[in-house]
Write a protein that binds this ligand. Structure first.
Ligand code: BYC
Ligand code: FE
Ligand code: FE
Length: 471
């Protein structure tokens, strides 16, 4: 990767020093960002040393250097993957033309919307997660939470860099707005629904990093193909950080599942809650909730926006260059189940109009694999409970399926039937209150809360029993 300049106020590998105007704009935004972090970043712990992967030096591991750092001293910066010489627009109507190093005038509005929507989710997630440190099940988990938080805040920088560099005064205004909206706020909410949902317990946190950060993997993957080269390069770098976020969610859920299975087996009535743990049905309900909200993030099944963005070469399919041989997506169709007159029916839709659904398919495949692995873990613990990923039609708020009600298997049901089953399918207040009652902080080195199993190994070859946060 291009050498990172750590001496500047804003660490970067985009030669910020040579662009005074941009440098001044970002240095003007930086204190506002820090004020936002102080207001909306993790509650408490800001003065504590955390063992984080951070940009403290330019050693051979580059940015992936582990050391103790106070969160406000984290070196948030601008890092793009290296430029590929001779890169071409890899799909759409401009296939094969030189990739754009600047914003093509006719795509300005669309690109701005894509970048703002993406940018908005990053600080939103930090806001949603801000109180979780107070109930962390271990120092290891506390550290992982903070790692995710500082990196999501860096992803905000990644998008703000594009807005400030390429979108003039409009971009500067959008960069301010990104610091002004608030997750869950009645007046100034974040743009997408999943990023306004409360995330106040650790089961939600692990579902969020499993399912919402995985949406990030696919959305960023689609933008990493973009013909607008700076967007592609910044997304490529973000994806390297995203892997750890999904690891936190995936392994966090597996650790809860293992512990729940053990507590279920050990209770005379098979009741994990009686043992202070989380029962498997509650975990299933949280998966149902977060998975369905995250499916909404892919947009409508039939989307002219998605078609336009594909045609324009702005947003491709996941792995467009490597996984596909035909890159125009013209003269092809895709069969979709849509709601018409309250009923499901099959329709052939132009492929470009189905781009959201194609991305959603890849996402669902990834989630199916995780469920399979978790079910193996449950079997290994000797429990005959198996989790099921709900149907893509279940509990949707956006897209065609929002117009009707479906059970978790995807069968059409009446609204009355859905409501009758709501407490069995989705978390209810009593579940939230129960989780709140068992989630008390455990901050001793090497200690862990009763409701979750310890991880198999620690971070960066350290033990689980390591002082990941110095309290
Ligand atoms: N919530 O044209 P439509 C990540 C709105 S994760 C609220 O049918 P289209 C991360 C939509 O705005 C990656 N509103 O659909 C993870 C539109 O409103 P207007 C984050 C929604 O255009 C963890 C109307 O409904 N990025 O980075 O095909 C931690 C009709 O929309 C929603 C993404 O996921 C919703 N869910 O798609 C940190 C974004 N869905 O304009 C970070 C990717 C739709 O009519 N997707 N609406 O007022 C997009 O950007 C898509 O364009 C949209 C809409 C989902 C926004
Ligand atoms: Fe992110
Ligand atoms: Fe993430």
């Amino acid at each position: 990767m291009t050498a990172i300049d750590y001496q500047s106020k804003i660490p970067n590998n985009v030669d910020l020093n040579s662009d005074r105007r941009l440098q001044r704009a970002l240095e003007h935004w930086q204190p506002r960002f820090l004020a936002w972090w102080n207001d909306m970043g993790p509650e408490g712990f800001q003065s504590k040393d955390c063992y984080l992967r951070t940009a403290v030096s330019a050693d051979k591991e580059g940015w992936a250097h582990f050391d103790y750092v106070r969160m406000p001293d984290y070196r948030w910066g601008i890092f793009l993957a290296d430029r590929e010489p001779g890169r071409k627009v890899p799909f759409g109507d401009h296939y094969g033309e030189a990739a754009w190093q600047d914003v093509p005038g006719e795509f300005r509005t669309a690109l701005r919307r894509i970048i703002v929507t993406q940018g908005d989710t990053e600080p939103a997630s930090v806001e949603q997660q801000r109180n979780l440190g107070l109930t962390a099940p271990s120092l290891y988990d506390l550290r992982n939470l903070f790692q995710v938080n500082v990196e999501e805040a860096r992803h905000l920088w990644a998008m703000v860099y594009l807005l400030q560099s390429y979108f003039g005064s409009e971009g500067r205004d959008e960069a301010e707005e990104l610091l002004a909206r608030r997750a869950g706020d009645a007046d100034k909410p974040r743009i997408l629904d999943a990023f306004n949902q409360p995330c106040n317990d650790w089961l939600s946190f692990f579902c969020f990093t499993m399912f919402a950060d995985r949406d990030g993997k696919f959305q960023l993957g689609a933008l990493a193909e973009s013909g607008f080269d700076p967007l592609a390069r910044t997304c490529r770098f973000m994806l390297t950080e995203e892997a750890h976020h999904m690891f936190v969610g995936d392994t966090g859920l597996e650790r809860i599942l293992r512990r729940s299975a053990q507590l279920t087996a050990q209770d005379p009535n098979g009741d994990a809650r009686a043992q202070g743990g989380i029962d498997l049905m509650t975990i299933q309900k949280y998966i149902n909730y977060w998975f369905s909200y995250c499916l909404d993030l892919f947009g409508s099944e039939v989307s002219t926006n998605a078609a336009d963005w594909f045609g324009a070469g702005l947003k491709g399919r996941f792995g467009e260059e490597k996984r596909f041989t035909e890159h125009t997506a013209l003269n092809q169709t895709r069969s979709l189940e849509l709601i018409r007159d309250g009923q499901l029916s099959s329709h052939e839709v132009e492929l470009r109009l189905a781009m959201n659904e194609i991305l959603r398919d890849d996402y669902i495949d990834d989630c199916v694999n995780a469920i399979r692995r978790w079910n193996k873990a449950l079997s290994a613990e000797g429990i005959d409970f198996q989790l099921e990923l709900p149907s893509r039609r279940f509990h949707r708020r956006q897209g065609t399926y929002a117009a009707a009600h479906f059970d978790p298997r995807g069968e059409l049901v009446s609204e009355a039937e859905f409501e009758r089953n709501r407490t069995a399918w989705l978390p209810v207040d009593a579940d939230r209150q129960y989780l709140e009652s068992i989630m008390k902080p455990v901050f001793g080195v090497g200690q862990i809360a009763n409701w979750i199993a310890p991880p198999k190994r620690g971070i960066n070859d350290n033990e689980f029993a390591y002082e990941y946060v110095r309290l």
